[in-house]
Write a new protein. Structure first.
Length: 603
């Protein structure tokens, strides 16, 4: 079961118990939980709570944030079907309520984002205009009875989520004069509208506990850098000595021991409350000198820069802007035209908010010149998250998948790509690989890169026009509450055989502060965990068992999962706000591979 951040063991045990219970309506009204009464006794200023409601006759009630300072305004949070909002109440006796307005957009000025060679810097997201109360959509019909409400008050911002859907993107602005409060639950349990409810988590955000670091077997952690230099990471033999090296942002870490380093371009460390302009990197010898170059992508909308490997020369690498703008938050490198030279598969901006998917490759006569873009479809509402390349229809040609479906590659160069709708989730990397060894390539995808969920999509027998897919849940969400959540914001994903049993495993983790310390994402302050999911097969089918690898590293926007040390085992490397890490696979003895099912703790 996921933890929003360090929680006392008694409360955590209750959360685990409630989460494991069947999510079905009780036969009769339940009494308010004892934890709610204990929570109401506390005076808190910054806090978070999670409620679950079952409203067979419609939802009503809410809660009050009652100030302890005299004459300070109260806040009423309504959960009623027709009025889900939060209101300022200066005089509870009169009942007059003033809707809370939008919290400020924390990305308005784009501060703290470094400029890059040949570019003018990152263009910040425009501010959200102030709006009055909205009637939020009805509860997610996929939820089997119990509905989840998350409330979080942090630094004068009140954030509300209903079944993972935020009420407002950046939250609502709390009255500055409210100060510390007591929470009074105003949820009916008897009467015309029967409402069953339970408090599943309550947390004082101003207090916490430093937890011991966990590094899961069979890995040994190497800290390559403890600075935030970028989230892009890739690997290749950059110095031609026969050992794989790692590039993360501006830095090369040379194998086999990864103690020797060199800068590709000047490093500019950032604090965790800022961005770095390096979110994806790819290695390939595009210039033909026998050594890999690095293609680095910046923040969405920024350019792709080719850094040319200078070989034995002790100098920074020469930068060349080869693609003016890449809108995708994930991209792939693949040989799309069969010429033996890989192209970058990505989406670029179209008119308005539309995107145009395609690929771009170098001119072999001058790979440092601007690369030529080949579109596969007209601009459309394809979504900037989620991208995979692989042979879906088993015709020997690479197809392209995105969050909204997949494009079948044409039989002849220059032919028409055919789109097949499919909800693959609003994720990140989407590996296309045969998970169940049935001869058909499946798709692994994150349900939402900034919320919850992870699954794989099994390709079923072709019934005519194209394969159809059956979704299998690995990590839960509001739409799939039968599985544990573990962590939110899985903005990077990789597949590999981690334990050497010949089966494909999954690697992912939490991109901590993906939108900085804002209320745009759920659970932003939870531990930056990194997991691998061990594939297990039985008579009941395939399941993926979560194995906690680290509670300190998290992920950025890429994961390297390959044999980096040359011992035949798959190692894992990540780079993000907590630094750059290499997890060396030391090998898991067979006697210890039978790991009990369940949710490994984060600490």
């Amino acid at each position: 079961m996921p933890r929003t951040s360090p929680t006392p063991s008694r409360v955590l045990a209750r959360v685990l118990m409630l989460a494991s219970a069947p999510l079905a309506l009780a036969a009769a009204p339940v009494s308010p939980p004892a934890d709610a009464a204990r929570a109401a006794e506390q005076v808190v200023e910054d806090f978070a709570l999670t409620l679950e409601l079952a409203c067979p006759s419609g939802c009503a009630g809410g809660l009050w944030l009652e100030p302890v300072e005299p004459d300070a305004p109260a806040v009423h949070v309504s959960f009623a079907d027709a009025d889900r909002w939060a209101y300022r109440v200066d005089d509870p006796a009169t009942g007059a309520q003033v809707p809370l307005g939008d919290a400020p957009n924390p990305f308005q000025d784009g501060a703290g984002i470094p400029r890059r060679a040949g570019q003018g810097g990152f263009t910040p997201v425009p501010a959200s205009p102030p709006r009055g109360p909205l009637r939020v959509p009805e509860w997610d019909k996929a939820s089997p009875g119990w509905h989840r409400i998350e409330l979080r008050v942090r630094r004068d911002i009140l954030a509300l989520r209903f079944d993972d859907e935020p009420l407002r993107p950046y939250g609502l602005a709390m009255p500055a004069a409210t100060g510390p409060v007591r929470v009074r639950f105003d949820l009916p349990v008897h009467g015309a509208k029967t409402v069953n409810w339970r408090l599943t988590a309550f947390e004082d955000l101003l207090s916490g506990k430093r937890h011991e670091e966990v590094v899961g077997a069979p890995f040994q952690r190497l800290v390559l850098n403890d600075l935030f230099l970028g989230e892009a990471i890739t690997s290749a033999d950059f110095d031609g000595d026969g050992h794989l090296d790692i590039v993360a942002g501006p830095q090369i870490y040379f194998g086999p021991d990864f103690t020797r380093t060199r800068e590709i371009y000047p490093a500019r460390p950032q604090g965790p409350g800022a961005y770095q302009n390096a979110i994806m990197a790819f290695a390939q010898d595009w210039t033909g000198n026998g050594l890999p170059d690095v293609l680095e992508l910046g923040l969405p909308g920024e350019s792709a820069i080719l850094y040319v490997n200078p070989g034995a020369q002790s100098r920074t690498w020469e930068p060349h802007v080869v693609i003016p703008s890449v809108a995708s938050e994930s991209a792939q490198l693949a040989d799309m035209d069969g010429d033996g030279v890989p192209e970058l598969v990505f989406a670029r901006r179209g008119e308005g908010r539309s995107l145009e998917f395609g690929y771009a490759g170098p001119n072999t006569a001058d790979p440092t010149a601007p690369w030529r873009f080949t579109a596969i479809a007209p601009p459309g509402p394809w979504g900037s998250h989620g991208l995979g390349v692989g042979d879906i229809d088993a015709d020997g040609r690479p197809d392209i998948a995105s969050s909204t479906g997949w494009w079948r590659a044409p039989h002849t160069p220059g032919g028409t790509w055919t789109f097949h709708p499919q909800d693959f989730g609003f994720g990140a990397q989407m590996p296309i690989v045969d998970i169940n060894a049935d001869g058909r390539n499946d798709v692994v995808s994150i349900e939402h890169a900034h919320r919850w969920g992870l699954g794989w999509f099994e390709a079923m027998p072709d019934t005519g026009d194209a394969p159809r897919f059956t979704r299998h849940t690995v990590l839960g969400s509001a739409a799939h509450p039968d599985r544990p959540r573990l962590f939110s914001q899985a903005h990077a994903l990789a597949v590999a055989d981690i334990d050497g049993d010949g089966l494909t495993d999954i690697v992912s983790g939490k991109r901590w502060w993906a939108h900085l310390q804002s209320e745009l994402d759920p659970d932003p302050d939870a531990p930056p965990v990194l997991y691998w999911f061990r594939q297990v097969r039985s008579a009941d089918g395939i399941r993926f068992e979560p194995q906690l690898l680290s509670n300190r590293a998290g992920v950025g926007t890429q994961i390297v999962a390959r044999d980096l040390t040359g011992d035949g085992r798959t190692d894992i490397a990540v780079s993000g706000r907590h630094g750059t890490f290499l997890f060396v696979n030391t090998g898991l003895p067979r006697a210890h591979r039978e790991i009990a099912e369940g949710d490994p703790p984060h600490d």
